[in-house]
Design a binder for this molecule. Structure first.
Ligand SMILES: *[C@@H]1O[C@H](CO)[C@@H](O)[C@H](O)[C@H]1NC(C)=O
Ligand SMILES: *[C@@H]1O[C@H](CO)[C@@H](O)[C@H](O)[C@H]1NC(C)=O
Length: 256
């Protein structure tokens, strides 16, 4: 007598299930809301960071996944496959060593570069060997480099001198902010920003302008502050109240 789990029986059952699945599939239109979708987290990534391509609306009864670079299933662009039962990742031709497939199908990308920008496609294989495909986009932006700050002069005399501070950066598409003594710079009526905030003119300087200046550049995904630049403002009027320009003596000392 044949045991119920004989290969013949299993094969027969499998075949029946497959037929049933095929006939169900013929009449089953997945609602558009339940379509397999891929979401990049974060949506805009900075170079060197990690990005997760999250999978939503997975079908049930899964046996595995295959991830591809590009907007379609193309075996020459396969990153890796994952067999759920064995929890096993098999690298494909374009696997870089920075990708991990999780049991829920999501793909973790470590240390992304701008070259990783593009479309990625997930193929989900169900236990009945039907497949469903979803595509998502990964966008990687460069991180800004540290700017530097340059001053027309760093020791100036109050009421007399003007100073121009310039924020130097090689990055494009950035915005610039200024800091004074580690606080956002509060613009007085003697200060003027120009050239997309890259130059700060103080005309004329006062003693209260003495301190540490910094500029910060930022883009969608990153920001970087310059080193501190110290501005020393010397007093035009000495302690005695005598105007030094009226005396043939030493010039006033810087206060800092
Ligand atoms: C899938 O698993 C990863 C890692 O455990 C998790 O971060 C992510 O949120 C999961 N995705 C979904 C859609 O639940
Ligand atoms: C990230 O990638 C860059 C080059 O793409 C490499 O120089 C750096 O060492 C990598 N960092 C980590 C933490 O793997």
């Amino acid at each position: 007598m044949e045991p119920p789990s004989s290969p013949a029986h299993r094969g027969h059952g499998h075949w029946q299930r497959l037929l049933l699945a095929v006939s169900l599939l013929t009449f089953w239109n997945p609602p558009t809301t339940a379509r397999l979708t891929i979401e990049s987290v974060p949506p805009k990534a900075a170079e060197g960071k990690d990005v997760l391509l999250l999978v939503h609306n997975l079908p049930g009864r899964l046996s595995g996944y295959a991830w591809y670079k590009g907007d379609r299933v193309d075996s020459s662009q396969q990153i890796a496959t994952y067999v759920i039962r064995r929890k096993e990742i098999t690298p494909g031709p374009v696997y870089s060593g920075r990708e991990t497939i999780y049991p829920n199908g999501s793909l973790l990308f470590q240390n992304v570069t701008q070259k990783d920008t593009g479309y990625y496609t997930l193929q989900v294989i169900t236990k009945i060997l039907l497949s469903e495909v979803g595509t998502g986009q990964l966008r990687v932006y460069y991180s800004v480099a540290q700017p530097s700050i340059q001053a027309s002069n760093t020791i100036v005399t109050e009421y007399k001198d003007a100073v121009v501070l310039t924020c130097l950066t090689r990055d494009a598409g950035i915005s610039i902010q200024w800091f004074f003594n580690n606080q956002s710079l509060w613009l007085t009526e003697r200060m003027k920003l120009a050239q997309d905030n890259s130059t700060l003119t103080i005309d004329s300087v006062r003693r209260e302008d003495a301190g540490e200046y910094q500029c910060e550049v930022s883009n969608l995904v990153s920001s970087s502050k310059s080193d501190l630049l110290s501005l020393a403002v010397s007093s035009l009027v000495e302690k005695g109240g005598l105007h030094p320009l009226l005396r043939n003596e030493d010039p006033p000392c810087p206060l800092f």
